[in-house]
Write a protein that binds this ligand. Structure first.
Ligand code: ADP
Ligand code: MG
Length: 391
């Protein structure tokens, strides 16, 4: 059934419009956002669609074509963890739009998500930003019309995820979904929220960006994410800095040596472990800067080397990779990728590989074969390009 027919069947009324927001894949800059650092995502061609109509009351009715479930709630009843489950991402946006002082009433909303769910490609930001775009369009808020409006909507959607869906994520995903432009990556500075468009036109240089969804979701993910964040905050506090962004990369070795002494004795993990976490964050922020420069110069071998270094740092120093991600990256590299790395928070999700067009097929086949040989669930692999943000 198409979306419009499903909308009419479930809500007994016609939609007033349709909006869409993309998922994203981060090219480099992992676990840097909550450290005030840099990230470099692109918007994916896969989008989440929202069809919606205003209501005369303050009620939200939302249906997802993926869960086949309808959830209803009064706007006034939306609260942390309420509603529970997937609808919190939608309800959270209604709550946060109102909390930002916009006058909006209720709505009927149908969600059709074409971003793979839970693959580290940010279906959560896509559903939030599609909802935000629909609210803005229905109630004439004009938030998609200007860059300032899009920034404001990104903040609103992040609040929805943090405060209502209760996922303590940084703001990269929502910024990418709303601010990205086609054929560009978004250089995002999480210290001040500023952004810069960096050209990412790989096709004209005969390259393909493969996204490898490993289908692995290790249960560790929530607790470990919180633990990594806590280690970073502990290190910044011990160094007397507002965030690890303030560590001077030129003085990294000296700072890490000092840190061992400053941390001695307290905290949940040995100082040597915290030192490795900090080394990842500080070197990763530098790699993002170098990668943006290499992309601008169309130095794709340089970009590939930075991808590989980022993966090694996430695997060895930050310890957020896993068997599936390591396998995908090493096989891709062996088959001629310029570089491959895990992307997203880790412990499963997706990897990316920058590959010459001629080896895209062989890389795909070899990764699939290696997963089968290791007895793993077959990965889902697709070629991505830098697509436009929400509309
Ligand atoms: P990711 O953002 O990497 O896909 P998350 O765990 O952050 O992973 O978000 C996935 C969650 O978002 C899903 O478990 C579901 O609750 C919600 N979600 C995203 N898209 C949809 C959709 N189309 N329909 C219902 N729920 C969705
Ligand atoms: Mg998410």
């Amino acid at each position: 059934m198409d979306r419009e027919a499903a909308f009419e069947e479930h809500f007994g009324t016609r939609p007033e419009g349709a909006w869409a927001a993309p998922g994203r894949v981060n090219l480099i800059g992992e676990h840097t956002d909550y450290n005030g650092g840099l990230a470099l995502p692109i918007a994916l061609p896969q989008r989440t669609y929202a069809m919606a109509a205003r209501r005369a009351d303050d009620r939200l009715r939302v249906m997802s074509m993926q869960t086949r479930e309808v959830v209803e709630i009064d706007a006034a009843e939306i609260a942390p963890g309420r509603p529970a489950g997937w609808a919190s991402y939608v309800a959270g946006v209604l709550w946060a739009v109102r909390a930002a002082g916009h006058r909006v009433g209720g709505l009927d909303l149908l969600i059709d998500g074409r971003v793979p769910l839970g693959a580290g490609l940010s279906s959560s930001a896509a559903i939030e930003c599609a909802t935000g775009a629909a609210l803005s369009g229905l109630y004439g808020l004009g938030l998609l019309d200007t860059e300032a409006g899009r920034r404001q909507l990104a903040t609103i959607c992040r609040r929805a995820e943090n405060e209502i869906a209760l996922a303590p994520t940084g703001g990269m995903d929502q910024s990418a979904s709303l601010l990205a432009q086609s054929e560009h990556a978004l250089l995002l500075d999480c210290r001040d929220g500023s952004t810069r468009q960096v050209p990412f036109e790989i096709e004209r240089d005969g390259l393909v960006l493969l996204v490898i969804d490993t289908r692995a979701h290790h249960a560790l993910v929530d607790g470990q994410y919180g633990a990594r964040r806590a280690s970073c905050e502990r290190a910044a506090a011990a160094l007397g800095l507002p965030s690890l962004r303030e560590v001077d990369p030129a003085r990294l070795d000296a700072v890490l040596a000092d840190l061992v002494g400053l941390l001695a004795g307290d905290g949940p993990e040995p100082p040597e472990v915290v030192v490795r976490r900090v080394r990842h964050v500080v070197t990763e922020i530098e790699r993002v800067q170098e990668c943006a420069a290499a992309m601008t110069a169309r130095d794709w071998e340089g970009v590939g080397r930075l991808f590989a270094a980022s993966h090694a740092s996430l695997r060895d120093d930050f310890e957020v990779s896993c068997l599936e991600l390591d396998l995908a990256c090493s096989v891709a590299q062996d088959q001629g990728a310029l570089g491959a790395r895990m992307t997203g928070g880790g412990f499963g999700g997706s990897a990316i590989a920058l590959v010459p067009e001629a080896v895209a097929g062989p890389v795909q086949a070899a990764v699939t074969e290696a997963f089968a040989a290791a007895g793993l669930t077959a990965p889902s692999i697709f070629a991505a390009h830098a697509a436009p943000g929400a509309g």
